[in-house]
Design a protein around this ligand. Sequence first.
Ligand SMILES: Nc1ncnc2c1ncn2[C@@H]1O[C@H](COP(=O)(O)OP(=O)(O)O)[C@@H](O)[C@H]1O
Ligand SMILES: [Mg+2]
Length: 326
Amino acid sequence: MTDAIRAEGLVKHFKGSTALAGVDLVAREGAVLGVLGPNGSGKTTTVRILATLLRPDGGRAEVGGFDVVRRPHEVRRLIGLTGQYAAVDADLSGTQNLTLIARLLGYSRGDARARAAELLERFGLTDAAERAAKTYSGGMRRRLDLAASLVGRPSLLYLDEPTTGLDPHSRNELWDVVRELVGDGVTVLLTTQYLEEADQLADDIIVLDHGKVISRGTPDELKERAGAQVLQVRPADPARLDRAAAVVEAVTRSEVRSADGGASASVTDPAVMPEVVRRLDEEGIAVAELTLRRPSLDEVFLAITGRPADDAPADGTEAAPERTHA
Ligand SMILES: Nc1ncnc2c1ncn2[C@@H]1O[C@H](COP(=O)(O)OP(=O)(O)O)[C@@H](O)[C@H]1O
Ligand SMILES: [Mg+2]
């Protein structure tokens, strides 16, 4: 398989601070590369460099075989970019937004309207086509934004935190759209802070932290690399959670996390299972769930970095809304 994107040693400094400290990545053609990392880890900076919107201070990158610094026009012709914030004109209708973009891309008036209608239909926005975008829900806005980035039929799509701030239903809808696009052969570069999202969509993942790739692999490989399995106990009576957690801690001798009515801890030796069962029984704790499972990506991130993925301080310096068209 060919590489759609290949970057080596990308470095970017902003006024003394280092946003990227040597990022290598490869996106295989027709696959989804997930760039996973907390706020401020360098995701948007990476995307902006690969979209030719920002020059790297070091390293090099090729998109579709074109160098992003020396051949920006060729690169832009290949890509669609959807920023973290919806970038459509809120006062224009869905049809007007998409038609405008199509006209800018050189479509005739008739072709532009046809392309707009086709995309609105595909994204379930036909009923809202003639309404101003400002009347759309967050999920609808995000779908319109995605539609806008697809007007020029890009073979590569950059999605920078496409579901941040969306409710679970809208998030699922957007995931379906992304899967459909991948089914059509589009290569996707997806940044996300949500480990579940990377797990759901990505074929390959790089984990960024402080501008460095701290881990890479398929979702399964990342989970395997974290090594340990996770023992999870959920008492039938939620009031017994503290006791159940104490049992798990005593047996596994590792840190116990309590969430959603369950207590979980990493275990390297599956033989602790019978001991947990015995102690729970001694304490008369009936269980609704007792499982030994592979870690979630959240737990993987915790294992790699020593802190939860959502624990990084937000720095409020997100890039402005952005989008390029073919
Ligand atoms: N235009 C800029 N000026 C100064 N610092 C920036 C700029 N853009 C990003 N940064 C800094 O670079 C780092 C990486 O930012 P960014 O790539 O936006 O991270 P992410 O998208 O993962 O949240 C952060 O520390 C951020 O403050
Ligand atoms: Mg960002």
